[in-house]
Design a protein. Structure first.
Length: 401
């Protein structure tokens, strides 16, 4: 008998999402009865606002939602997305420049598919969201990491980008506010990077899904607002998941030049066709309805941010830059490495995360998921009581409580 043909080499090289892997492990331990507190998933603990749920319930009774709809999204939702893009990103677009996707991840995947050719180099500021390098690889591109540490508030400079640029560089990933660090580029920093990309004809894929979750008066200025001329070579990725506590509804979108969006729309017509119509109606309600509850959630995240930064800073060996956006804190924990804790020698942040889960029953994501070792990502999108208790467990483990 002839041996079976091999599986896809491309997919075999793709790693499982590290954040979802840690979150799944934490949930399995919780289901087994262990009192694990998880800071792993970037998922608000709030319920989706009721008026959004009501809109979805109403949509269930409309037979029009039982049928195929345009693969690029409901026209009325695309119009609402265009209005949001103008309001929050300073970019005027037509609905034809928008594709509604199954969550932000599909938008990220399709953005790289639309503008990356085999062998193209994609500049990827690190720390980065764990999905980016895999999505680049699936487009046959080559991710080129450009690292900025805690001393730079995890923000890369034009000088670093220029040093990494080659004649094969065609795309830059720009994320502000950042997952995993919560860093927000200033308007001046954003303008400088945008002008650099424009000068060199480089595509920009900018993930703006956290743009409405900012604190201390900060504003996440879109790179196309900072440099309007860049709009012809920029794809914006966004969605309702984070701002409206709608992670499970799976509605995201991509916005960009008509020719690039046309390619992405063609791909989606074969990949998944239209996003669930009921979820699209819910997203429409989120974007066009009252923003009161979204603002209340933002204020709660801000309160938790202040708490987790202050408490983590009490642990000797931990450096905590102040995040101004998203709902993550990304401490530098190199001061805890190369040491022995409760009889266990810890050399990397991966080993540190394992120790913390085993001995403190706290789930965190190690820096290896986002770039170099030496860091941890903690999401503060969880209940206030659990948030404090988890950090107190870490303080106890590392001898500060």
């Amino acid at each position: 008998m002839t041996e079976r043909a091999p599986l896809s080499r491309k997919l075999s090289a793709i790693a499982e999402s590290a954040t979802l892997k840690v979150d799944a492990k934490a949930k399995a331990l919780q289901a087994a009865g262990r009192p694990v507190i998880s800071y792993a998933a970037g998922e608000p603990d709030f319920p989706t606002p009721q008026f959004i749920v009501d809109a979805a319930a109403h949509a269930l009774h409309d037979p029009a939602n039982y049928r195929y709809t345009p693969a690029a999204g409901l026209p009325v939702l695309r119009e609402a997305i265009a209005a949001k893009t103008l309001r929050d990103s300073g970019l005027e677009v037509s609905p034809a420049q928008i594709v509604v996707t199954n969550g932000g991840k599909q938008a990220v995947y399709q953005a790289f598919q639309a503008v990356v050719n085999p062998g193209d180099e994609v500049l990827l500021p690190a720390p980065y969201w764990t999905t980016y390098p895999e999505a680049i690889a699936l487009a046959d591109g080559i991710p080129v990491e450009v690292f900025a540490g805690a001393d730079q508030e995890y923000k890369v400079t034009v000088e670093q980008l220029e040093a990494a640029r080659t004649d094969k560089t065609t795309v830059l990933v720009f994320v502000s506010p950042s997952n995993p660090t919560g860093s927000v580029y200033t308007p001046e920093e954003t303008t400088a990077i945008g002008q650099w990309a424009l000068e060199h004809g480089i595509w920009v894929i900018t993930d703006e899904i956290y743009q409405n979750l900012v604190y201390e008066g900060a504003r996440a200025v879109s790179i196309v607002e900072a440099v309007p001329e860049l709009a012809g070579q920029t794809i914006l990725v966004n969605g309702v998941a984070k701002t409206y506590a709608m992670t499970g509804w799976r509605v995201g979108w991509m916005v960009g030049p008509t020719d690039a969006i046309k390619l992405a729309g063609n791909l989606q017509s074969h990949l998944s066709s239209n996003v669930n119509n009921v979820a699209q109606r819910a997203a429409l309600a989120a974007l066009t309805g009252p923003q009161t509850e979204a603002e209340q959630m933002r204020q709660a995240f801000d309160r938790r941010r202040t708490l987790i930064v202050a408490e983590l800073a009490k642990i000797p060996g931990v450096t905590v830059p102040n995040p101004l956006g998203a709902f993550y804190v990304y401490p530098d924990v190199t001061g805890l490495l190369g040491r022995e804790w409760n009889g266990v020698h810890v050399a990397t942040s991966l080993e540190l995360a394992d120790l913390i889960l085993d001995q403190a029953e706290v789930a965190v994501v190690p820096g290896e998921a986002f770039g170099p070792s030496g860091y941890l990502r903690l999401s503060y999108a969880l209940g206030d009581d659990q948030l404090l208790e988890g950090i107190q467990r870490l303080q106890k483990l590392f001898g500060t409580a």
